[in-house]
Design a protein around this ligand. Sequence first.
Ligand code: RUQ
Length: 602
Amino acid sequence: MRVKNLLKALPIGIILSSFCFAAYASSELDAIMKARGLSEKDILAAAKTYQPSGRKDEYLVFSSGGQSGQVIVYGVPSMRIYKYIAVFTPEPWQGYGYDEESKKVLEGGKINGRAMTWGDSHHPAFTEKNGEYTGDYLFINDKANPRLAVIDLKTFETVQIVSNPVIKSEHGGAFVTPNSEYVLEASQYAAPLDRNYHPLEAFENAYRGAVTLWKFDLDKGRINEAESLTLELPPYNQDLSDAGKGVSDGWAFINSFNTEMYTGGIEAGLPPNEAGMSRNDHDYLHVFNWKKIAELGKDPKNVKVINGHRVVPIEVAVANDALFLIPEPKSPHGVDVSPDGKYLVIGGKLDTHASVYDFEKIKKLIDAKDYAGKDTFGIPILDMKKSLHGQVELGLGPLHTAFDSKDGVLYTSLYVDSQVVRWDYKKLKVLDRINVHYNIGHLDSMEGKSTKPKGDWLLALDKLSIDRFNPVGPLHPQNHQLIDISGPKMELTYDLPIPLGEPHDVVSIAADKLTPKVTFDIGTDSRTEKPSPYATLAGQERVERDGNNVTVYATMVRSHINPERITVNKGDHVKIHLSSLERAQDETHGFAVDSMNVHASL
Ligand code: RUQ
């Protein structure tokens, strides 16, 4: 067909020469395929993902950098790595953690006054409008030390870190509400919210889970700590979360995995944690109304102030119909809300099924006050069967879910089976499955957690790579695999080794939604983008002395610094303010004082 159309459209000379080229190219291609042992499928995969020099990618992917505390940016479909964004960890290439402006950002992440120079950057999330990604800001949480960071996507720089005042570890963040009102951060291991010592014997009374609603000020591009608040939860060890959207807007959902409230004790002859924490057949999906909690929190009668932070107690939430529990198969993992907000898909982890809950059924039970009972803390329990749309057997270790653009179609990762399953959550049937390498955790379709997921590519984030790459010692890279999901069968097209931390989860966005700056504005603080009080223009360069305090106001264009000589006395305290006057694109330069651990990137 295509050849016929070409014949019609092209003058004869062009046809002949292009046929000659095609014949030559195909014989060269054949030779290369033979020499390198490549199949036709390999060539197709390469043709789908290869970007000739200068061609840009359709999507940008923001991956957590795990214990490196950073964010990794790469492109789809080429899988080329573009940037590491320093977040919780000082990083000299970007000067992050070396100049005073970025030190101030890292200081926001101090815990009990202690500087933290690492983090487990975990779940990234974009700002949203009506549940669609906007590409203005990216949030990422630190799982190990409960903190949340804001990255400005105009500069791809971290501009704020806030430290959670009440919880001690967290997993269910960062999850953004559909119009970026709040960023949710749920705790993982129950701990005393007052951060004081309470013996483990007092677990049920003194230990608590919680979810913090961080208020985001979209105009300022910063979290407003004073307007943020926390909902107290039972000490059930909360797991992943998601915010509702569409019909479930205003609500949010959190899994749990230790409703047994077991605290271990293998050394004292008690069952190991894993056994003690999975004695019950069910744990609880927490369903809460974040809009109501935010309203309730405005009245001082409804809050306890802990560490200077407002906490809405369980009984206040219950009295105002804002918190419910629904049994879920024991120790589940991810809870993912469908693009229309009607369904919640829960990965079974220890159960071979995924469970699909129907939000409209849940809402009916809530409205009718049709409860199946109450838990130890007085929280109403909804009946599991009456809340479920259905369950589907997927395989061993279902964890996370990403959605397709096609109605009802989604993808779930199977950690133990090392597979991705494509299935239909409305009709409850499996459609396709593909092997991945190996032990997949999260997965993501493009814009996959928004209300408008795309159906072209899927990323499988494999925790192990084992034999996929050249061996580089006992510590292997992780493997991000790109899967073409546009056709009736899923096709594996690319393996990207990620050699930094344990890249944990990704979010992806159409590249044309991002409008990064070409250069920083001259005279501004690189973190606040506001005029800097130390800005120095050409001709204003000077050295000021006040006793033995010396302040230098210098300018810099590429490698040229003015003043060129600074003479100080031994014992002087010297402060250097550097203003970059560079206007050209992609011309950054370093500044260092040798042997003094002083460094900057301008
Ligand atoms: S969850 S260990 Cu994202 Cu699968 Cu954190």
